[in-house]
Design a protein around this ligand. Sequence first.
Ligand code: NAP
Length: 281
Amino acid sequence: MHSDVAVLGLGQMGSALAAAFLRAGHRVTVWNRSEAKTAPLVAQGARRAASALEAQRSAPVVVACVLDYPALTEILDPELPGVLVNLTSGSPEQAREMAARTPRYVDGGIMTTPPGIGDERSMILYSGDQDAFAEARNLLFALAEPVNLGAEPGRAALYDTALLGIMWATLTGWLHASALVTADGSTAAHFTPLATRWLGPVAGFVTTYAEQVDAGSYPGTDATLDVHLATLDHLVHASEVRKIDPTLPRLFHEYARQAVEAGHGGDGWARIIELLRAKAV
Ligand SMILES: NC(=O)c1ccc[n+]([C@@H]2O[C@H](COP(=O)([O-])OP(=O)(O)OC[C@H]3O[C@@H](n4cnc5c(N)ncnc54)[C@H](OP(=O)(O)O)[C@@H]3O)[C@@H](O)[C@H]2O)c1
């Protein structure tokens, strides 16, 4: 083995991963289905493997970052001698299935975009074989802070997708709010510093509610669902008057209404988790 790490897949993310390993001084082998993408990395000092198989035999740690699991399955060496760190996005179920048939398997969830790779403030979530993770850990610091979520191989993918859910909910909530304020002549630029400041207290609410969710008890000691329901009326009304899609506030309103009707008007917002769980099929 002549390299410290092999990177399979040199799309936007894989190229950023390989470049970060090179910047950190590691010996890197690269492979990509379309060979042209290897050229910029070879110019930075990487070795180009002629095949995916050759790349996987070139280093004790293989980092894979291709489009999806079917693509990974196509190129994976069934006799892979080293550690496989799979940074290809997938479901927790796919990660578990891959772990069951791949010895020394570590699954990862990248919580940044390519420009954030190599920045120690970024994080990548890992779970899977703990001996394999320990072997790769020092190398993985070149990419971002490695956050170890333990031996259950699906956990990194589960946390990754759950965190992305928070991102989409927050981004869409902010866009809805921006649509509201711009309808009355404000600008998103004027509004947004207040929005980002508001995210601080909201992070505090979440921390308090985490304990309530784990305890299954949701005392409305900060604000009751009765109060939320009345306030949500204003958001639905303000959206309708301005011809802004009221789907989101109506959804929140509906959750609050159902909880209040079920007799939980004195509880806090965390009570809504019971409705979310009950609606799952
Ligand atoms: N971009 C991000 O911000 C980001 C963030 C977190 C996670 N991710 C994850 O990282 C992975 C790669 O994303 P990306 O942004 O780098 O995508 P991308 O730029 O579209 O690159 C896709 C890569 O997959 C390869 N590929 C596709 N089908 C293949 C196949 N059948 N066999 C072999 N290789 C195949 C492509 O090879 P060719 O060059 O030959 O097409 C390319 O190297 C995805 O799972 C994505 O969800 C990305």
